[in-house]
Design a binder for this molecule. Structure first.
Ligand code: PNS
Length: 170
C-alpha cells in the first residue's frame, strides 16, 4: 500500500495544488492532504475552512483524505503510515527551500522519501500568496482557484473589508 502525504498551508488551495493532487492520486494508493494548522503563520482561512474547501474540491477522487496537522511534518507522515511526502516544484526559487526541507526530513526519518512533481507550465507562476493579493484588490481570481474556492475567497475579502471599515473611527 503506497500512502503519501501532500502537506501545505493551502491558504487557499489553488489550481496549481489541484494539478499536483490530480497527478499524485494516479500514482499512490492513498493520498493524505495534510493541512498545516499554524496560527503563527496568520492564515486568512482557519484550518477548518481550508479542510472544508479541500474536501469540496477533491470529491471526485476516491483515494484521498484531507487531514489537519500541527507540529513536524515527519511526525505527521509517521502517524499516517505514509512512506512518501509529495511536494510541487515551481521554479528554481522553490528549489533551495524544498531541498533543505526534504533533506532535513530525510535525516529525521530515513524511511520517508520526498517525491517532487514539477508543476505544470500553466501553473508555474501561481501561489496562494499572489491569489490572496489579487483577491484583496478585487481582481478576478477565477483562473487561479477552483470555483468553490473563488466564492469563499471573495466572501472572506468582503468580510475583511467590512471588519476594517467597522474598526475605523467615525
Ligand atoms: O504550503 P506551504 O506553506 O509551502 O507548506 C509548508 C509546509 C506545511 C510543508 C512546511 O511548513 C511544514 O512541513 N511545516 C511543518 C513543520 C515542519 O515539519 N517543518 C519542516 C522541517 S524542515
Amino acid at each position: 500500500m503506497l500512502r503519501a502525504v501532500y502537506p501545505g498551508s493551502f491558504d487557499p488551495v489553488t489550481l496549481g495544488h489541484m494539478d499536483i493532487i490530480r497527478r499524485s492520486v494516479k500514482i499512490v494508493d492513498e493520498l493524505i492532504v495534510g493541512v498545516l494548522n499554524n496560527n503563527a503563520k496568520m492564515p486568512l482561512f482557519s484550518v477548518e475552512e481550508r479542510v472544508k474547501m479541500l474536501n469540496d474540491v477533491t470529491r471526485e477522487f476516491s483515494n484521498i483524505k484531507i487531514v489537519p496537522f500541527e507540529g513536524l511534518l515527519i511526525d505527521f507522515a509517521r502517524q499516517m503510515n505514509a512512506s512518501f511526502v509529495v511536494r510541487g516544484l515551481r521554479a528554481i526559487t522553490d528549489f533551495e527551500y524544498e531541498l533543505q526541507m526534504s533533506q532535513t526530513n530525510h535525516k529525521l526519518e530515513p524511511d520517508v522519501e520526498t517525491m517532487f512533481f514539477t508543476t505544470s507550465i500553466e501553473y508555474s507562476y501561481l501561489s496562494s500568496t499572489t491569489v490572496r493579493e489579487v483577491a484583496a484588490f478585487g481582481g478576478d481570481i477565477s483562473q487561479f482557484v477552483p470555483e468553490a474556492v473563488a466564492i469563499q475567497l471573495n466572501r472572506k475579502m468582503n468580510e475583511e473589508k467590512e471588519r476594517v471599515m467597522n474598526e475605523q473611527p467615525n
